[in-house]
Design a protein around this ligand. Structure first.
Ligand code: MN
Length: 199
């Protein structure tokens, strides 16, 4: 059974860049739904195995990927946000960013443009690709499409309308600009060094 993660800060901690109301609905209603739906899907799969009835298997496997990925990405998202205290990539991560994107500014520009251009509902994600030993930026559609197999997400930005519409309405670029103020690089650094340590 999946359990919801605790928010690592109070609901109003991201103001004014991310409103209390938006975070409240996002965490307590939408994220909760992904966790519950993942658990329900697991229950249904268990029942299918017990009853030898796989007539609904296509739908269940699809739901597992959608709701499960939704739960995972929301956890990474809430945990890589934090109060507007300046943080930055550590030396190891900065070196890798420069290696793979030529400069931090180029990385940021590509990330912003990729985020703005996410089609419909999805995510913009900085990932580590172990096979290639390099960082890549991915646009994700819904929660589960357009990935590279085996990649490890280290920085995620929710580009679903539910993540910004209440506060920023149609102004996607303003939401993306605000995001950098509440991005907690310390968490991103930690994820990256944990991946390298386990190599
Ligand atoms: Mn979301």
């Amino acid at each position: 059974m999946l359990k919801m993660i605790d928010l690592p800060y109070p609901l109003d901690a991201l103001e004014p860049y991310y409103s209390r109301r938006t975070l409240d609905l996002h965490y307590n209603v939408l994220y909760k739904g992904y966790v519950e739906n993942t658990n329900q899907t697991e229950e249904k799969l268990k029942k299918a195995r017990e009853e030898n009835n796989f007539s609904n298997i296509k739908c269940l496997e699809k739901n597992l990927s959608f709701f499960g990925s939704g739960a995972i990405l929301h956890e990474l998202f809430f945990q890589n946000l934090g109060p507007a205290i300046p943080t930055e990539p550590d030396i190891r991560l900065m070196e890798q960013i420069i290696k793979d994107f030529s400069s931090f500014d180029k990385f940021k520009m590509q990330f912003i443009e990729a985020a703005k251009a996410v089609e419909a509902s999805g995510w913009c994600i900085l990932v580590w690709v172990p096979k290639w030993e390099s960082l890549k930026i991915l646009q994700c559609e819904k929660h589960q499409n357009l990935t590279l197999w085996g990649c490890k997400p280290i920085l995620v930005l929710d580009m679903w309308e539910h993540s910004y519409y209440l506060q920023y309405e149609t102004k996607r670029p303003e939401y993306i600009n605000a995001f950098w103020n509440i991005l907690n690089w310390n968490e991103v650094n930690k994820r990256f060094s944990n991946i390298l340590l386990k190599k």
